[in-house]
Design a protein around this ligand. Structure first.
Ligand SMILES: [Zn+2]
Length: 229
């Protein structure tokens, strides 16, 4: 498995950066995970649209979805359809994002699973201000988990148990009170899952590197970097 970080910021990017977007290459599939602002440009630097197998959307906050809108223009120009996997919602924003002839939606529900090429996908409800699902992906040899956005919840350990790598929303400073996790939560997830932990969803202006220095098995997501799992 190979994970490339396209955008690591939220709720808005640092100068020159992008919001949530990651590319997972595994089991012969290329899965784009979330498409926040600034991510489409970065994505097109490392892959072409024809090689994208599916797009995973963890939840419908703007910093995880907004580049899907201009992406639809590109799909129209190419005459190409794309599969989007996400949790169904009866909202105007859901219909705006996905109600398009070039987008084919597959519903993701917690407790359910999906076979995609050589991959098994499963979904776990997290705890956020929007309905968020963690994605667990296995190719039969390695297992990768992306939390999307979440507060600290015991469901993290249902999703991440036995995983080789967890990409988690845990890069906020201690004392942060919003619906995301802090560097202390990062250490807790690492300790309880034993998985390699990549901390992401950085606030512009705060780097978790100092607070996570010396923490074996925890890294901070770097845009443009590819992680071999
Ligand atoms: Zn969010």
């Amino acid at each position: 498995m190979r994970l490339t970080v396209i955008g690591r910021y939220g709720p808005y990017p640092a100068p020159g950066g992008a919001c949530s977007c990651y590319l997972l290459n595994a089991g012969g599939m290329n899965i784009v995970m979330d498409m926040g602002p600034g991510s489409l440009s970065g994505l097109l630097k490392v892959t072409d649209v024809g090689s994208i197998s599916a797009i995973w959307i963890s939840h419908l906050h703007y910093d995880h979805t907004s580049d899907l809108l201009p992406f639809r223009y590109l799909l129209e120009d190419l005459g190409q359809k794309i599969k989007v996997v996400t949790h169904p919602e009866d909202t105007d924003y859901y219909r705006l994002l996905f109600g398009h002839r070039n987008i084919e939606v597959t519903d993701a529900v917690p407790g359910g699973g999906l076979r995609l090429g050589g991959l098994d996908l499963s979904f776990y409800e997290m705890d956020h201000t929007a309905y968020d699902l963690a994605l667990r992906v296995s190719d039969g040899q390695k297992t990768f988990v992306y939390t999307g956005d979440t507060r600290f919840t015991e469901n993290l350990f249902a999703a991440g148990g036995g995983a080789d790598c967890v990409l988690a929303d845990c890069a906020k400073p201690d004392g942060f009170s919003g619906p995301h996790m802090t560097v202390t939560h990062a250490k807790e997830i690492r300790r309880r899952t034993g998985a390699r932990l990549i901390a992401t969803h950085l606030s512009p202006g705060y780097s978790p590197n100092d607070d996570l220095a010396g923490c074996d098995g925890i890294e901070t997501a770097e845009e443009g970097q590819t992680y071999v799992i």
